[in-house]
Design a protein around this ligand. Sequence first.
Ligand code: 3PY
Ligand code: MG
Length: 265
Amino acid sequence: MRINRVKKLWREGKPAIGGFLSLPHAFAAEVMAHTGLDWLCIDMQHGCIDYSDAVNMLTAISTTAVTPIVRVPWNEPSVIMKALDAGAYGVIVPMVSNRAEAERAVAACRYPPTGMRSNGPNRAALYGGSDYQKRADGEMLCIAMIETAEGIEKMDEIISTPGLDAVYIGPTDLALSLGLPAVMDNDEPLHIATVNRILETCRRHNVVAAMHTSSAKFTQRYIDQGFKMVMLVADRIAMSNYVKAEIGRLTGWTPMVPTQAPERS
Ligand code: 3PY
Ligand code: MG
């Protein structure tokens, strides 16, 4: 079976650095897959991506050794199972708020008798290998997001859920849940303290702590703190930031204001 690069890095004590995909195209995914990141997450929660887009994007990522992950739109077993059947090697499940919800996510990722995943790895077996069903439970990542007020309160019962591989912090939803503005790379003391509490609880339960950022500065900070999965860059932000930065280097030319009304004659 094709191994999960992220899990291999974790076994070696190394962090896995990744990116998020919100553009619904195989070529955009392929471009991102050839950059050197360890994992890519197809974001079906907030990205402009439906299932057939995701399948094509997973196929594009398969041209590399990058670990393909899908963030599902919600903690819905049928959606989790379809993402895995399409060849995702892990799912990120948003807004997990208590033990029952965490158990539901884990069960959807594991075949019986451990879980309730239905058999039918249509594309997954092509991608993973002919022994997929036998070994999938050991390779598929089940990652629960902690980002709601209830999830913060119940972090201990979520993080200690048997079979959960990692807990992924959504910094902006976390901020909103703490009564703070929805800032991604967040320096608010309450945000920092909550992130640290989640990291500490992950350490206690031997679960990987994962974090979402929008800069190398914050990615480095979280790596140094001990996060073993950190999101460095999203496709649309990379595209927009690069073009804006290049525009900013030009002199003798005024960039247009994209939202200005079209001129008429
Ligand atoms: C959050 O910031 O809440 C996220 O889920 C990041 O995508
Ligand atoms: Mg979120």
